[in-house]
Design a protein around this ligand. Structure first.
Ligand code: HQG
Length: 181
């Protein structure tokens, strides 16, 4: 029995960053053909439609979506390859949260938050989620982002279908480092 989390991570790699790892390509909206994807993954490990459907259904962050007919699949957000996943532009809440590692803070406080390897800066509406995201990179530090003030200055915000908030750049003046996080 393969570890579904491990398979989900491999699926993320293919659908967000490196479709060529499975010998497939994504269309302009990030969709991959499900049967080509399954064939591509099968080149390196056992895999079938039932397993794919189970990953999509059980993924804790709801990272993937099928089309209604289950012929196409895409990652909901998190891409580094340039695709347009038709994000909803929305008015953000007054504050959002970003977790990072202590060692990145001098650069963040000089340049603001940048998308780095991805298409967008990722923000959460939940400070506890931000702690977990930051801890992936090292000793976690959490910033409160003055998203309401940013929106008032005309900076667009998007929300992916799994609830992650995205924007292109958070200038440092909108960041408030949280004590003790
Ligand atoms: C940092 C996960 C230096 C940024 C999570 C972060 C998230 C800077 C790192 C999603 C910087 C990029 C994304 C600057 C930002 N100088 N470092 N100016 N601006 N950074 O992994 O936000 O499980 O690309 O703080 O839950 O950590 O994959 O972004 O530490 O939603 O679905 O550069 O990935 O979701 O790291 O995580 P990442 P992230 P999944």
């Amino acid at each position: 029995m393969q570890d579904l989390n491990q398979l989900s991570r491999y699926l993320s790699l293919i659908l967000r960053h490196k479709p060529e790892a499975a010998g497939i390509s994504l269309d302009e909206h990030g969709w991959a053909d499900v049967s080509q994807l399954i064939d591509g993954i099968r080149r390196s490990r056992p895999f079938d439609l039932k397993t794919l459907e189970e990953i999509v259904r059980t993924d804790q962050k709801q990272r993937y979506s099928f089309t209604d007919d289950h012929r196409l699949i895409r990652a909901n957000q998190g891409h580094s390859v340039p695709v347009d996943v038709e994000l909803d532009q929305l008015q953000p809440p007054e504050f959002l949260w970003h977790g990072t590692a202590e060692r990145f803070t001098p650069s963040i406080e000089a340049q603001g938050l940048l998308p780095m390897g991805r298409l967008y800066v990722h923000l959460s509406s939940d400070p506890d989620v931000a702690v977990t995201v930051g801890a992936r990179h090292g000793k976690a530090v959490v910033y409160r982002v003055r998203s309401g003030a940013m929106a008032q200055e005309g900076i667009p915000f998007y929300r992916s279908v799994n609830g992650v908030w995205l924007t292109l750049h958070v200038p440092a003046k909108f960041l408030e480092r949280q004590a003790g996080r």
